[in-house]
Design a protein around this ligand. Structure first.
Ligand code: SF4
Length: 456
């Protein structure tokens, strides 16, 4: 068991070439960095946790908002100082920002190589070519690449939860979103390779798997060319849930226009599929949803919520929302607040609109909501959501939940942190338990972000 376990974990080996990797953005980027590490370990590298020890620094980037990109440009300035100390240091930029800015990023004095999300197999060649010939770039997007045959090398520290990408890219073209341009067209990954990876993780001690895609509900494996074999997301979810009843299964992200009752009934059938759905709404106004090209209405969204509540009682629901999209009026904003009250989300990721160059919104709509109005509206949404989260958590007081322990709390190593099936964080005292153990806890108090519990 110990040897198999090592086979999927990062190698820390001072005798090898050292690579330092920083990852920004979504869970898919975290999983992409694990794919990159797998490719580099085979090319003779080992992961290090200090830039000073590295001969190669890779930064896996996010382009979803301008401030994400500004943060990465700030990190490149830090790498500039490292390069002064170690002129042989190779600096590579990967991911969505690499794909969006291409040669513009390569022209940055610190950057030696730029590789887009579909070019990671080419990294060993690109790195060698930097040493021989100078700066290198590969930002070619693929219609086939899913890295299906690459077993990601896990960089997490507790070996409890792991991500598995089941698809890449997105065909939806929401008007504000840069993802279809940076990650390319949608492709579903061969389910046999997904199941193999999930079984291997479970055999190596992992207790929770998150299936990842930009829009998991449109997962559709058409099988080998010429064959009739197909598999949709509900079928895949069922196959992963069947690996073992003690393996928790999560998934993200769902799209309201595609989330089917078949997926909901599959969740209801298997207790180990976690009772949590992240269902981005983006706005509560039909006018904004149309302009965003979301392809669903407010009424459709509320009907999907009703189906979740009916088919999976006790399922938590979280969302994403954008405040101040192009042309958003006060009435549109009030529609968003009203939808939040109607649904009573358990949690939300809330942002103000940030125009991304090249998107349909940037090309066709004026970014005309003044910044101070965007901020006011965002603050109103945050205040409302905080009270909804607190209400949701208060309803849990007195209830008992099974929690998967993630490890000691950041605030006190006398306390443990774990998550309920609903993805709520619980803090409790539990001596004699460790990360990866399941334990029953009773909720005795709460904040808007955390359930305060005792062993049940
Ligand atoms: S579904 Fe829309 S928001 Fe999500 S990645 Fe695709 S285009 Fe972007």
């Amino acid at each position: 068991m110990q040897n198999e376990y090592q086979s999927v974990r990062a190698i820390f080996d001072p005798e090898r070439l050292q690579v330092y990797i920083e990852t920004y953005g979504c869970q898919m980027n975290v999983n992409d960095s694990e794919v990159v590490l797998s490719i580099l370990q085979k090319a003779g590298y080992a992961l290090c946790d200090k830039i000073e020890d590295a001969s190669l620094v890779l930064i896996n980037t996010c382009a979803i908002r301008d401030n994400a990109e500004q943060r990465i440009l700030g990190r490149l300035e830090v790498f500039r100082l490292e390069k002064k100390k170690n002129p042989g240091l190779v600096v590579g930029v990967l991911g969505c920002m690499a794909e969006r800015l291409k040669e513009q990023l390569l022209a940055h004095p610190v950057v030696d190589l730029v590789a887009g999300p579909d070019a990671y197999r080419d990294l060993p060649r690109l790195i060698a070519a930097v040493t021989a010939d100078g700066k290198q770039i590969n930002t070619i997007l693929s219609h086939e690449e899913t890295y299906a045959d690459i077993s990601p090398v896990r960089m997490d520290r507790n070996a409890v939860s792991a991500y598995i990408s089941i698809m890449r890219g997105c065909n939806n073209v929401c008007s504000y979103c840069v993802v279809p341009y940076t990650r390319g067209a949608e492709r579903s990954r061969d389910p046999q390779t997904i199941l193999h990876e999930a079984r291997e993780l479970f055999a190596n001690g992992y207790k929770e798997i998150s299936l990842l895609g930009q829009n998991v509900d449109s997962y559709n494996w058409k099988g080998v060319p010429g064959s009739e074999q197909t598999m949709d997301f509900a079928d895949l979810l069922e196959q992963v849930a069947l690996i073992d009843p003690s393996l928790r299964v999560r998934f993200s992200t769902s799209h309201p226009k595609d989330m089917s009752d078949k997926v909901l009934y599959t969740m209801a059938k298997y207790p180990n599929i976690c009772r949590h759905i992240h269902l981005p709404v983006q706005s509560g106004s039909n006018a904004m949803l149309e302009k965003m090209n979301r392809k669903h209405t407010r009424e459709w969204y509320l009907e999907r919520i009703e189906s979740i509540r009916r088919i999976i009682p006790g399922c938590s629901i979280t969302t994403d929302v954008i405040a101040g999209f192009c042309g958003e009026t006060e009435a549109d904003h009030q529609d968003t607040l009203d939808l939040f009250r109607k649904v009573g989300f358990d949690a939300a990721f809330m942002f103000q609109y940030s125009e991304r160059p090249g998107t349909k919104a940037a090309r066709h709509f004026a970014d005309d909501v003044p910044p101070e109005v965007k901020t006011t509206r965002l603050n109103e949404i945050i205040a409302l959501q905080n009270s909804l989260s607190l209400e949701s958590n208060r309803r849990d007081i007195g209830k008992v939940f099974e929690v998967l322990i993630e490890g000691p709390s950041k605030r006190s190593d006398k306390d443990m942190v774990g998550r309920t099936s609903q993805n709520k964080a619980c803090v409790f005292k539990a001596s004699g338990y460790k990360a990866g153990d399941y334990v029953n806890v009773k909720v005795v108090d709460c904040t808007s972000a955390t359930l305060l519990c005792e062993l049940a």
